[in-house]
Design a protein around this ligand. Structure first.
Ligand SMILES: Cc1ncc(COP(=O)(O)O)c(C=O)c1O
Length: 395
């Protein structure tokens, strides 16, 4: 008698904690966008610029020289040295390139291994919301418990030290900060950041600061919490090349932090990723050594686009605060009477403009949509015309 076969249930092979994680609201929405013709996308958050030529050339040259091997798990030493110089110059925090810097496959990987290195099951991680879509699932996948602090439009979605302190419990281990913020474009004044740092010290929190939009700060000076007194010792500083140098496809970023934490992250990295691509590392080195002017030029173009789209949104009756950094506008769509998903779907269908429902960034994003202005002014002008017509039809 042949052995009995059981009925195949593909779900049975999926780990429970993974099955419970929702798909990203952004990706879900963009699967719908794929099927619609003649759409102007203010959706995916990536620069419309191609990586500056000299950076691409550095990657090509790396290939020409046969630089096709693994690197040290921590990344090329010359790249870590350049990162140390750059972080010292722009963020006023100094790190030892031999022990306190790890090159990773984007901020995405750096964040994942930071959560996995730091969290024990049940540890709570506080973060301000609306926020980048990966924080909550990243924390859950590492066994932690997401503890969002909801921020409102009344104060430009900025989080206060007081609100963070209120969220602290005996299980709190980590605090995630992201300024300028995806999706709101919010920045943080130094004085408030000092108060947040005091909470972290008083309540013994490890801080993970995601500074991926730091160079795209339009007003005021960007301050990193890692540079404040007594904070370097309890901060993991994450940064990358995707936004500032238009290098999303290179998948390259890094973490700086206390040597013990970098060593712990490196252990996960060496058994999972091994190292970041050497070609991308060579390109990243060129970006740090000769790319500053490109970043500044792109930032000025983003600034002009921001000024245009924020004015246009307010004019058409969608109240929008001025994003002080990043390349996202986050207007309220409440005057239309629609929720954010209905608004985005109907705008897509009848107005042929794609933006992301605010609810994709957490419950406190409801009532808003994210419009990425990393696209040409002509595109933005046409998108604004279409949106204005759509909004007028709703009133
Ligand atoms: C706040 C934030 N952090 C991290 C990332 C991921 O960056 P990377 O391309 O370096 O993995 C993004 C990408 O959109 C982001 O918005």
């Amino acid at each position: 008698m042949p052995p009995k076969t059981v009925e195949l249930n593909p779900q049975r092979f999926i780990a429970r904690h993974v099955g419970a994680i929702p798909r990203s609201g952004i990706r879900d929405f963009f699967d719908i966008v794929q099927g619609v013709k003649d759409v102007i996308s203010l959706g995916i958050g990536e620069p419309d610029f191609v990586t500056p030529w000299h950076i691409r050339e550095a990657a090509i040259y790396a290939l020409e020289r046969g630089r096709t091997c693994y690197t040290s798990n921590l990344g090329l030493l010359k790249l870590r040295e350049a990162i140390a110089r750059n972080v010292e110059k722009h963020f006023h925090a100094s790190y030892d390139p031999k022990r306190e810097i790890l090159v990773a496959v984007g901020v995405s990987e750096a964040m994942d291994i930071a959560f996995r290195a730091a969290l024990n099951p049940g540890d709570e991680v506080i973060y301000h919301e609306p926020c980048y879509v990966s924080y909550s699932p990243g924390i859950t996948l590492a066994g932690g418990v997401p503890a969002p602090v909801a921020c409102g439009a009344e104060n430009g979605f900025s989080v206060t030290a007081e609100a963070i302190e209120r969220a602290v419990t005996p299980r709190s281990k980590m605090l995630v900060l992201n300024f300028p913020t995806n999706p709101t474009g919010g920045t943080m004044a130094r004085a408030e950041l000092e108060k947040i740092a005091a909470v972290a010290r008083r309540r013994d929190l490890l801080v993970l600061t995601d500074e991926i939009y730091a160079e795209l700060t339009f007003e005021g000076e960007h301050t990193s919490i890692a540079s404040l007194p007594g904070m370097k010792e309890r901060t993991i500083f994450l940064h990358g090349f995707s936004k500032a140098y238009a290098m999303t496809g290179f998948r390259i970023g890094y973490a700086c932090g206390p040597a013990e934490m970098i060593e712990a992250m490196m252990r996960i990295h060496q058994y999972s990723m091994l190292c970041a691509s050497i070609i991308s590392q060579e390109a990243a080195l060129e970006a740090l050594e000769h790319g500053e002017a490109d970043t500044m030029e792109m930032r000025e173009q983003y600034r002009a686009r921001r000024n245009f789209i924020v004015n246009a949104l307010n004019d058409m009756g969608l109240p929008c605060h001025l994003p002080r950094g990043s390349f996202y506008a986050f207007p309220s769509i409440r005057p239309t009477g629609l929720d954010s998903r209905q608004f985005a779907l109907q705008l897509l269908e009848s107005g042929k403009v794609a933006c992301v429902p605010g609810s994709a960034f957490g419950p406190s994003g409801e009532g808003f949509v994210r419009c990425c202005f990393a696209t040409g002014l002509d595109n933005l002008e046409e998108a604004a015309r279409r949106m204005k017509k759509f909004v007028a039809g709703r009133r």
